[in-house]
Design a binder for this molecule. Structure first.
Ligand SMILES: *Cc1c(COP(=O)(O)O)cnc(C)c1O
Length: 325
């Protein structure tokens, strides 16, 4: 069976991103190694442009538009990191970006998207269907829709994070990546399997939203209600058809962590590693730090997927974790 993306697609994406995306740093911590008995390599996508790996997939997708598509522009519906990634990529490529967001989206997210030149169109999430609005605008204005995860160009772009990590640190025994809709995990699994076939690949989800784990174990895409979790980048209700096809084939398992484990990991990064990592960005690290995957004695890659967190919330969570100690 042929999968929606191959390693060649990841290599081509990496060439398109060269000189545009940052080659993000790999962080290490003797304390984290001592706590886990493993050798951990944290790929800090919190230092990527716009603060998350999503720039990789968005730019890879937009840079493949035809001249006609480029002239009309791009549309997406998202209030999170994908919106900012699309807005920034569109600005760099000189095209229009229309972002459909709920009326009650956090002001900081609306402002960040506008700051990158995105045109925000609001909808009422209780009475209107965002996909219908997106489709209508796309049709009327000739815009191309780029979804946040279920698109081969997006998936291939996200896989460049794992490619870069393995090329920098050498073969790994285990690779851990956060899982929302599966763009990041499917791309990273594709890269890891090609570069490092013995490497085991795990996705990490919030416990409250384990639709990916259920899907992986039952062999069918499971839909859930929007989960209540601090990991707002992983509040997806289901995997995509393309992402699931890759995940079921190339991933070893999917594990979960609790919100408390996420907050403790955030606190660890802030206090020990002087790094700001958003709750969703801590998923993979929390799995390693809490023994959700057997990492003892192993070389382990951990994707820190992003750092975009409201500073008030960050301070509250980190200080709360400190007090609970
Ligand atoms: C979007 C996002 C994820 C989840 O990525 P998927 O490709 O949807 O699985 C994880 N972490 C951060 C910071 C994100 O923005």
């Amino acid at each position: 069976m042929s999968l929606p993306i191959s390693y060649d697609d990841v290599v081509a994406a990496h060439a398109r991103l060269h000189g545009v995306a940052h080659k993000t740093p790999v962080l290490t911590s003797a304390t984290a190694n001592a706590m886990t008995g493993a050798e951990l390599f944290f790929k800090a996508e919190s230092f990527q442009r716009m603060g998350a790996f999503k720039f990789r997939g968005a730019y890879n997708a937009l840079s493949q538009f035809t001249p006609e598509q480029r002239k009309a522009g791009v549309i997406t519906f998202s209030s999170g990191n994908h919106a900012q990634a699309i807005a920034l990529s569109a600005r760099l490529l000189g095209m229009r970006a229309v972002i459909v967001m709920p009326k009650d989206a956090p002001v900081v997210k609306v402002e960040a998207t506008r700051g990158y030149g995105g045109e925000v169109v609001f909808f009422d999430r209780y009475t209107e269907d965002r996909e219908a609005i997106g489709r209508k605008l796309a049709e009327e204005q000739g815009l191309t829709l780029i979804p946040p995860y279920d698109h081969p160009h997006v998936m291939a772009g996200q896989g460049t994070a794992a490619k870069e990590l393995i090329e920098e640190v050498g073969p790994l025994d285990v690779l851990l990546a956060p899982l929302g809709g599966g763009g990041l995990l499917s791309g990273c699994a594709t890269a890891a399997r090609a570069l490092n076939p013995a490497c085991k690949v795990f996705g990490v989800e919030p416990e409250a939203g384990n639709d990916g784990q259920q899907s992986f174990r039952t062999g069918q895409i499971v839909h859930i209600d929007t989960p209540k979790t601090l990991a707002d980048g992983a509040q997806t209700q289901h995997l995509g058809n393309h992402t699931f096809a890759v995940i079921r084939e190339l991933v070893d398992d999917i594990v979960t962590v609790t919100d408390t484990e996420l907050v403790n990991a955030m606190q660890f990064f802030a206090s020990r590693m002087k790094a700001v990592v958003e709750p969703t960005g801590c998923l993979a690290a929390a799995a390693a730090l809490n023994g959700k995957v057997d990492v003892r004695g192993k070389r382990v890659g951990v994707i820190l997927s992003g750092g975009n967190v409201d500073l008030q919330l960050f301070a509250k969570l980190v200080l709360g974790a400190e007090e609970a100690r």
